[in-house]
Design a protein around this ligand. Structure first.
Ligand code: SF4
Length: 343
């Protein structure tokens, strides 16, 4: 097996990323003065592969990764951690929000930094776990039999070194009450070169392993991304997609229908369409619930049921993502959409 070293092509691509306003200004006609303070607050990383997908600074792919001065405006979104993940962390790097599953935030690094990220407070700012950090997490999971599933998230778990990722997965797999492992990642979409034969060789040892990949636009499903998905699917890994509904990126039925069709062709089952979370610095990506419902209705009329994702949104104080449905309900005398069923 090839050892991943500093010279691995995907690592070299990360090292060649656009990370400053000055670098970005070499590619696009942008105001470096306006963007520099945004980047100081929320880091930017656009790796050369993803940069190659950008046509202009305002296209739907670019909007996801090019900083916007509106990130420094609250516009009603005042909380960096609206779902209180920090308070629901019994040991560092672990979030225990739902009884039967935990989130292990293994990495503070991503292959790109998405401007709408629900963990914008961490992306590019938190350190990645080391071996000593894994031990208390493993001990907590071992001592909590209700935990049936561990989800590696971050940042992006697939930016860890192969050997370390193998070590983490092995430790978790050895806990008898943990029945399945899941990885949340954008890497097959934003840095498909990271899906190497050696990485797949490691991942396939941990069946049943579920990988949810975030794809937001059909143009992200390039030949390289499709090949990365094929390598994972061929290895028996169950692939699902998570898409974030984003203003100016994919908030129209044609775009999302094309995305879902392409995902199905790549053996990635559409899983979630996330309504945007109310995270500080992301208000300019927000979409009205009514528009999301309209898009879902349109998708149902034109795509097979296997291509229809669950339209969900997260709620403060509720233990779980809740489906957004069109059934109207009345709260405090106001008509509202029933995105709170299960309360
Ligand atoms: S890859 Fe995921 S964790 Fe990283 S910035 Fe994008 S949405 Fe956030």
């Amino acid at each position: 097996m090839r050892k991943e070293g500093k010279s691995a092509p995907w690592q070299k691509m990360l090292g060649d990323s656009v990370v400053s306003a000055e670098m970005l200004g070499q590619w696009f006609d942008i105001s470096t003065e306006a963007l520099a303070p945004v980047i100081r607050r929320y880091p930017m990383r656009i790796n050369p592969y993803f940069l190659s997908l950008l046509r202009q600074s305002s296209d739907p792919i670019a909007r996801q990764v090019i900083p916007d001065p509106r990130e420094l405006d609250e516009n009603g979104f005042t909380q960096e951690d609206p779902f209180f993940e920090t308070q629901r962390s019994p040991v560092p790097y672990l979030v225990h929000r739902y009884p039967d599953r935990v989130l292990f935030l293994v990495s503070g690094q991503c292959a790109v930094y998405c401007r709408y990220c629900m963990r914008k407070r961490n992306a590019g700012l938190k350190k990645t776990v080391g071996p000593l950090d894994v031990e208390p997490v493993e001990a907590y999971i071992r001592s909590t039999p209700a935990i049936r599933e561990v989800i590696l998230s971050g940042g992006d778990p697939l930016l860890l070194q192969d050997d370390f990722l193998n070590d983490i997965l092995s430790r978790l797999k050895s806990v008898s009450h943990v029945g399945r492992l899941r990885i949340h990642t954008r890497v097959p979409c934003v840095l498909p070169q990271r899906i190497t034969i050696s990485l797949v060789d490691i991942l396939q040892r941990f069946a049943p392993l579920y990988i949810n990949i975030q794809f937001n636009h059909p143009d992200e499903l390039t030949g390289e991304a499709a090949n990365a998905c094929a390598m994972l699917a061929d290895a028996g890994i169950v692939l699902g997609s998570q898409t974030v509904l984003l203003k100016g990126v994919n908030d129209d039925p044609d775009t999302l229908a094309a995305l879902m069709e392409k995902l199905l062709a790549c053996r990635v089952r559409p899983y979630y369409l996330h309504h945007p979370d109310p995270v500080k610095g992301t208000a300019h990506f927000n979409v009205p619930v009514e528009k999301g419902l309209h898009i879902m209705e349109n998708l149902r009329q034109r795509i097979s049921g296997i291509g229809i994702p669950h339209y969900v949104r997260d709620h403060q104080g509720i233990s779980g993502k809740m489906p957004v449905s069109a059934k109207p309900c009345v709260q405090n005398g106001n008509r509202a959409f029933d995105d709170c069923q299960g309360l």
